[in-house]
Design a protein around this ligand. Structure first.
Ligand code: UT7
Length: 322
C-alpha cells in the first residue's frame, strides 16, 4: 500500500460560439476540404469578449468538483496550465481560486504551452505523493484565438478555445496499479523558433501572435510522442496491449494516427476530439478526457495514457488507472 494520486473527477467548458471551416473561408484563402484533409478539424469554439481563460477555467473546475463530489474548500492545491493567461500577472490560478471561494491554498500557473496540462499533472502528482497536497485541482485553459494572426491561413484555422480540469486526490492505501502510475516530461529549447509567439513583456512589450513551421513541428511530434509513451509505459511496468485509452493532445488527426501506428496501437483506442474542438493547447488533453468520460467510453478501472507535445519544444506523457 502506498500513497498515490487518483483521479476523483473531471470537468470541461467551451465558449458559446462555434465556428465552422466554411465560416473561416470568408476570412482567409482556405477550404473546408483542405482543413479536414490535413488536420481532421471541422469546427472550433471561439471565445467572445466576455469569455476569458479564467471564466472557462472556473466553469471546468466547478464541473470537476461536482464530479468528484467535493467542495472548493476541500482543495489545497490549484495548478492552472495556460499560455494565454488573463493578465501577465497575477497567475490566472488565483482568479479561479477567488471565484471558487477557496482562500489560502497554494495556487499558481504553469507555462509549457500544449504540454502544460501534463506538466501540471506531474507537479500535482509529485506534491500529493510527497504529502504536501491532498486534493489538487489541475486545470488546462486557453483562449488561443486572442493570439492568432487571423490573416495567416497556415495557423488561424488550427486552434480553438476551451478548458478542462480534474481533481487529483491522495489515496494513502492505494493498491499497486491504482491512480497515477508514471509521468515523464521533456523539453528541448533548441526548437524554440519552430513554434512561438512573436511578442511578450520583456521583448516587444506587446502580446504578440502565434507563429509555427507546421511541417517541422509535425515531424518532431510523431517521433517525440512515440518515444515518451514507450518510456512512460516502461516506468509504469505496463505494455501497449494493456492500454485501454490514449488521450492525446489534439493537434492534428494525422499526428494521432501516425503516433498510434508507430506504437502498434489500435486506432480505435485513441480519443479524438480535434474534429470538434481543434487544437486548444493546454486545454486539449483534459477536455478530451472529460468528453470521453462523460460519453461513457472511459470507465472506472481503465488504463489511460495522456500525452502532449508543444512549443518549446516541450512534451510528455502520464499513465493513470482511472
Ligand atoms: O499544438 C502544438 C503542436 N502543433 C502541431 O502539432 C502542428 C503540427 N503540424 C501540422 O499539423 C501540419 O503541419 C499543418 C496542419 C500545420 C499543415 O499541414 P501540412 O500537410 O504539413 O501542410 P504544409 O504546411 O506542408 O502546407 C501544404 C500547402 C502549402 O502550399 P504549397 O506551399 O504546397 O503551395 C501551404 O501554403 O498547403 C498550404 N496551406 C493551406 N492551404 C489552404 C497552408 N495552410 C492552408 C490553409 N488552406 N489553411
Amino acid at each position: 500500500m502506498t500513497r498515490r494520486a487518483v483521479i476523483a473527477g473531471t470537468g470541461s467548458a467551451l465558449p458559446r460560439t462555434c465556428v465552422t471551416n466554411e465560416e473561416l473561408t470568408r476570412r482567409v484563402d482556405t477550404t473546408d476540404e483542405w482543413i479536414q484533409e490535413r488536420t481532421g478539424i471541422k469546427m472550433r469554439h471561439i471565445a467572445e469578449d466576455d469569455e476569458l481563460t479564467s471564466t472557462l477555467a472556473i466553469d471546468a473546475s466547478r464541473h470537476a468538483l461536482e464530479a468528484a463530489a467535493m467542495d472548493a474548500a476541500d482543495i489545497d492545491l490549484i495548478i492552472l496550465a495556460t499560455a494565454t493567461p488573463d493578465q501577465t500577472f497575477p497567475a490566472t490560478a488565483t482568479k479561479v481560486q477567488a471565484a471558487l471561494g477557496n482562500y489560502g491554498c497554494t495556487a499558481f500557473d504553469v507555462a509549457a504551452v500544449c504540454s502544460g496540462f501534463l506538466y501540471a499533472m506531474q507537479v500535482a502528482d509529485s506534491m500529493i505523493r510527497a504529502g504536501s497536497a491532498t486534493n489538487a485541482l489541475v486545470i488546462g485553459a486557453e483562449t488561443f484565438s486572442r493570439i492568432l494572426d487571423w490573416d495567416d491561413r497556415t495557423t488561424c484555422v488550427l486552434f480553438g478555445d476551451g478548458a478542462g480540469a480534474l481533481v487529483l486526490s491522495a489515496k494513502d492505501d492505494a493498491e499497486a496499479g491504482e491512480g497515477i502510475l508514471a509521468c515523464q516530461m521533456h523539453a528541448d529549447g533548441r526548437h524554440h523558433d519552430l513554434l512561438y509567439v512573436d511578442g511578450g513583456p520583456s521583448t516587444t512589450r506587446t502580446v504578440g501572435k502565434l507563429r509555427m513551421k507546421g511541417r517541422e513541428v509535425f515531424r518532431h511530434a510523431v517521433v517525440n510522442l512515440a518515444e515518451v509513451m514507450h518510456e512512460t509505459l516502461e516506468q509504469a511496468g505496463v505494455s501497449v496491449a494493456d492500454i485501454d485509452w490514449v488521450i492525446p493532445h489534439q493537434a492534428n488527426a494525422r499526428i494521432l494516427d501516425a503516433t498510434a501506428r508507430k506504437l502498434g496501437l489500435d486506432p480505435g483506442k485513441v480519443v479524438v476530439t480535434v474534429d470538434r474542438h481543434a487544437n486548444t493547447s493546454a486545454a486539449s488533453v483534459p477536455l478530451a478526457l472529460d468528453t470521453a468520460i462523460r460519453d461513457g467510453r472511459i470507465q472506472r478501472g481503465d488504463l489511460l495514457v495522456l500525452e502532449a507535445m508543444g512549443g518549446g519544444f516541450t512534451w510528455g506523457a502520464c499513465i493513470a488507472r482511472y
